[in-house]
Ligand binder design. Structure first.
Ligand SMILES: Cc1cc2nc3c(=O)[nH]c(=O)nc-3n(C[C@H](O)[C@H](O)[C@H](O)COP(=O)(O)OP(=O)(O)OC[C@H]3O[C@@H](n4cnc5c(N)ncnc54)[C@H](O)[C@@H]3O)c2cc1C
Length: 413
């Protein structure tokens, strides 16, 4: 049964066609990339060529200027080819979408003007060894010296780093301990060619093995004031308004993996059924129920994600970004989408049984890939649930703290 698709504009259909064609191409390499744990630079060339990586680039710079809902529709389709590639591209597109609201007009002209010609790509660096997914408590790694900044850190899990031209980095500020700031974090856009920037290809993971989520090292990297995104020390809370690009992109990517797993389960049952050709036996009733429940849960999770993405898809809402309410709702949708994706994929493996366990098929890869969903920010627990709970209880907390939900941040509340 095809996925539910509402009425789409001509442009949306065009975008989905590109995503589906790329998925078909990338899908041919997915098993090998997974086996080798290799990041596919060639997929980026193909996706730039096809125009997919311009999805969230503003129209005035030659992009599609897509809204979050269209981004969801496209990412879910792309992820059905090679999930690792789709995740890295999700990070690029989410950074690009967020930056198109966060950068000043001057910065946008400097970075986006020749983005199409130069085929630029972005990667995001928030995670550090000591603080993990708590990006509000980063150790000081950026200091001001006159009219420039010196950056020193190692970022882990930087998806798509091998192909990135710019790194959108969250860094703790050393010298600007301004009173009243919950998180003294600044964000910088660091060009790859800056001396001291190094990408170390260390990614070797359980799943999402083609996402190239490598280490990014910044060693005495000197950047001008113009590399600062937003105001010093306020990088995290300012970026929080537009992180919807990440939540929706991630949700859609993992729904795509689960959809692929469901398709495999359906094919498997049908092929077993076909063995009885001539006698026309129906698959066991328990199988029908299982497929029914998987489909129902997946459709429900997708509908929730789409509903929240649509809510943010008017030009005014995209510009204004999250309110506490919409962030709490999108966090719930991300939670439901990634947990449901895991559940559906687990059920699908059960249907294939031992055959699903073999490396010769794609099911075991889907099973490993889908496990990464809960870890993306806001991590499902405690952050996404805390956002939802705080909002439901009517607690008026700074979104900055809710995102972190770390003990220190909660104590400060
Ligand atoms: C495939 C993949 C791609 C990624 N891509 C990127 C990327 O492009 N850029 C990037 O910056 N990062 C990326 N990440 C990293 C990710 O965003 C997280 O930062 C990373 O997984 C570490 O966060 P964590 O919550 O998993 O771990 P930790 O923060 O170390 O937490 C460990 C465990 O403790 C729990 N925990 C933490 N705090 C609390 C608390 N206060 N109360 C109760 N429990 C708590 C967490 O839920 C988790 O289960 C990626 C990760 C994966 C798996």
């Amino acid at each position: 049964m095809p996925m539910f698709t509402p009425a789409l504009s001509t442009e949306q259909r065009q975008i989905l066609k590109i995503a589906e064609e790329l998925a078909a191409e990338f899908g041919k390499n997915a098993a090998a990339l997974d086996r080798e744990g290799r990041f596919p630079l060639e997929h980026y060339d193909q996706a730039h060529e096809a125009g997919y990586l311009r999805l969230t680039l503003p129209r005035e710079f030659g992009g599609w200027g897509a809204d979050p809902y269209t981004f969801c529709l496209a990412q879910e389709r792309l992820a059905q080819g090679c999930a690792g590639t789709a995740l890295a591209m999700c990070m690029h597109l989410a950074c690009q979408g967020l930056l198109s609201f966060l950068l000043t007009p001057e910065q946008q002209r400097a970075i986006f003007s020749d983005a199409v010609e130069r085929r630029i790509s972005f990667a995001g660096g928030g995670t550090e060894e000591e603080t993990g997914g708590t990006w509000t408590e980063l150790a000081p790694s950026a200091r001001r010296e006159g009219d420039h900044f010196i950056l020193n850190t190692t970022k882990r899990f930087c998806s798509g780093a091998q192909r990135a031209d710019y790194f959108y980095c969250f860094l703790g500020m050393a010298d600007e301990n301004r009173e009243g700031l919950i998180a003294n974090v600044s964000t910088f856009l660091v060009p790859r060619e800056t001396p001291g920037v190094e990408v170390v290809p260390v990614w070797d993971s359980m799943g999402m093995r083609a996402s190239g989520s490598d280490n990014l090292i910044l060693r005495d990297v000197t950047v001008p004031e113009s590399a600062l995104v937003g105001r010093p020390g306020l990088g995290f809370s300012q970026a929080s308004r537009w992180v919807y690009w990440f939540l929706f992109g991630e949700s859609a990517t993992y729904l795509g993996v689960a959809q692929s797993a469901l398709e495999l389960a359906v094919q498997h049952i049908r092929s077993r059924h076909a063995k009885h050709a001539g006698t026309k036996l129906a698959p066991g009733f328990d199988r029908q129920l299982a497929i029914g429940e998987m489909t129902a849960r997946l459709e429900t999770a997708r509908a929730f994600v789409h509903q929240e993405a649509m809510g943010l898809s008017t030009p005014e809402r995209m510009r204004r970004g999250y309110t506490q309410k919409s962030m709490a709702r999108a966090a719930m949708a991300k939670y439901v989408a990634t947990q449901t994706a895991i559940w559906v994929t687990d059920e699908a493996l059960q249907i294939l049984g031992g055959f699903g366990f073999l490396k010769e098929g794609a099911m075991e890869r889907h099973y490993r890939d889908v496990r990464a969903g809960p870890f993306h920010p806001p991590r499902n627990s405690p952050s996404a649930l805390a956002l939802a709970g705080h909002h439901r209880l009517g607690l008026n907390l700074d979104p900055n703290m809710q995102q972190s939900a770390s003990p220190a941040a909660r104590a400060a509340a």
